[in-house]
Each structure stands twice: as structure tokens, then as C-alpha cells.
Design a protein around this ligand. Structure first.
Ligand SMILES: Nc1ncnc2c1ncn2[C@@H]1O[C@H](COP(=O)(O)OP(=O)(O)OP(=O)(O)O)[C@@H](O)[C@H]1O
Length: 256
């Protein structure tokens, strides 16, 4: 089966600093990949390359057979991206913003209006549809970003910490959305620090640390014992098992 995303020997430098080192990854249709790693590991950099935002990389990336460098626009059309924080146009209302982003993906006005209203309603935001987003809370904005990333019904969904600022109910809705998208054979690339959610939704977990993939397998395959949580797997594989000592060090600094 042809992979939906194929990353081969991907290297990325920022100036002299190498932040991705020989990343090799194939993602199959309908797979939910949990892409996890410590702060600064290289997750967002990988995502920015995948969505065509960072072109200056070494190696090859192809998405549904399209080489990313040669056919960035085709890849963008196939992909939906939900960032953690985005420069949302705050002076716009959700409907204006979604109309703008929907048109960028070639959707017509009627389709945008119909889908946007139904999706806003699902998130409990219908009554705010014509309210300027500079009056929105962080979670309300994040819901608009999620809708914006999915409005064109993309085949591949790339989520970079999409649950940021969402309340407990909205988190449940988004987890369920991910499950339903998977049932529709969409491919999902999911970056998050919320290990409990990754553990539940991901078919396969890829752990990146200091720019290198250090583990790639199902949660069961990564577990050392049946009782180990993904949080514990993460601490073990990133070599950070004495976290309480770091907390002590932090608090002790206040006593100096
Ligand atoms: N525009 C940039 N210029 C220089 N260095 C950068 C730039 N963007 C990212 N980096 C560096 O690349 C490395 C990887 O950053 P990246 O944002 O991909 O990490 P991450 O895994 O997404 O981290 P986090 O979990 O904190 O979001 C870090 O060392 C970061 O400082």
C-alpha cells in the first residue's frame, strides 16, 4: 500500500544548528500517528515542513505521491492543518474568517456557510458566529482554528497541539472527531503533549527527541509492562525519570 506521507532522510538546519536528523517515516492511509517529544524536539518543525511552510530542508517528503518541493500546492489542498496558536484575524467574525479560509481551499460560499454554521453549532459557537474574535476566549478561538483546518474535508489532517485551551467537554468532542475521521480513512498526524489523549487516539506513536526518532510503534509495543502509561514510556525513553528532582531543584531555588 502506498504511504500517504513518506519522509525520507529528512534533515533540517536553522543556521548552523541541526534540528531534524535523518527522519524516516511512512504513514499509511487511515493511520493516526501520535507524534510526541520533549519541548524543542522538532515536532513543530516537522509539521511546518509537512504543510509546506518551511521549504528549506534536505531529504525527500512526499504526500499522496506528490513531491512536496515540486508540488506544494497539491499537498496543501490535500491537507488540513490545525495549529496550537495562530495569527487569527481577530477583527473578523468566525463566519468572515471561515469564509476567507474556505475560499483559499476553493470552496463556494454556500458550502462554506452550510458547513461553517453546522460545525460552529457542534462546538456551541453558533450564537457567536457574527461576533468579532477579539472578544473570544482562547478556547473559542481554538475551536474556530479546528473548524478552519477541517472545513475543506481534507484527506490528511495535521494537528499540532489542537486541544490547547479547550475545556474538558471540547476535548472529548475533538477526541471523538479524530475517531470519526479515522473511520472515514483519513490520515491523522497528531502532535501533542497530552499523553492520555495520544494513548487513546493514536494507532502508532512516534517519539522524537533532539531531532531524532527514538521510538516508533504501537503503544503496546512501546510499553515495558502492561501497566506502564504513555507518560511513563515518554519519561523512560527520553531519559528523564527523576522529574521530581527537577521540581525540588526549582523550588529550592526560591530558598536561596
Ligand atoms: N525559526 C527558527 N529559528 C531558529 N531555530 C528554530 C526555529 N524554529 C525552531 N527552532 C529550533 O528548532 C528546535 C525544534 O523546535 P520545534 O519548535 O520544532 O520543537 P517542538 O518539538 O515543536 O517543541 P515544543 O514541544 O516546545 O513545541 C528548537 O531547538 C528550536 O529552538
Amino acid at each position: 500500500m502506498q504511504p500517504v506521507i513518506a519522509i525520507r532522510h529528512l534533515n533540517k538546519h536553522f543556521g548552523k544548528k541541526q534540528v531534524l536528523m535523518d527522519i524516516n517515516l511512512e504513514v499509511r492511509p487511515g493511520e493516526v500517528i501520535g507524534y510526541i517529544g520533549p519541548n524543542g524536539a522538532g515536532k513543530s518543525t516537522t509539521v511546518k515542513i509537512l504543510i509546506g511552510l518551511l521549504g528549506d530542508y534536505e531529504g525527500d517528503v512526499s504526500v499522496m505521491g506528490h513531491d512536496l518541493r515540486e508540488n506544494t500546492l497539491a499537498v496543501k489542498a490535500l491537507t488540513g492543518y490545525v495549529p496550537e496558536n495562530a495569527e487569527i484575524y481577530e477583527v473578523l467574525t468566525p463566519m468572515e474568517y471561515l469564509s476567507f479560509t474556505g475560499k483559499l481551499y476553493g470552496l463556494d460560499e454556500d458550502t462554506i456557510a452550510e458547513r461553517a454554521q453546522r460545525m460552529l453549532q457542534a462546538f456551541g459557537l453558533l450564537e457567536n458566529k457574527d461576533q468579532r474574535m477579539d472578544t473570544f476566549s482562547k478556547g473559542m478561538r481554538q475551536k474556530v482554528l479546528i473548524i478552519s483546518g477541517l472545513l475543506h474535508n481534507p484527506q490528511i489532517v495535521i494537528l499540532d497541539e489542537p486541544l490547547s485551551g479547550l475545556d474538558a467537554n471540547a476535548v472529548i468532542i475533538v477526541k471523538e472527531i479524530i475517531t470519526l475521521l479515522k473511520k472515514e480513512n483519513k490520515t491523522i498526524f497528531y502532535c501533542s503533549h497530552m499523553m492520555d489523549v495520544v494513548e487513546k487516539v493514536a494507532d502508532r506513536i512516534v517519539l522524537i527527541d533532539e531531532g531524532r526518532i527514538v521510538a516508533d510503534g504501537t503503544f503496546r509495543e512501546l510499553q515495558q509492562s502492561g501497566t506502564e502509561t504513555l507518560e511513563q514510556v515518554f519519561a523512560r525513553l527520553t531519559g528523564k525519570q527523576r522529574l521530581s528532582e527537577q521540581a525540588d531543584q526549582f523550588i529550592n531555588a526560591l530558598g536561596q
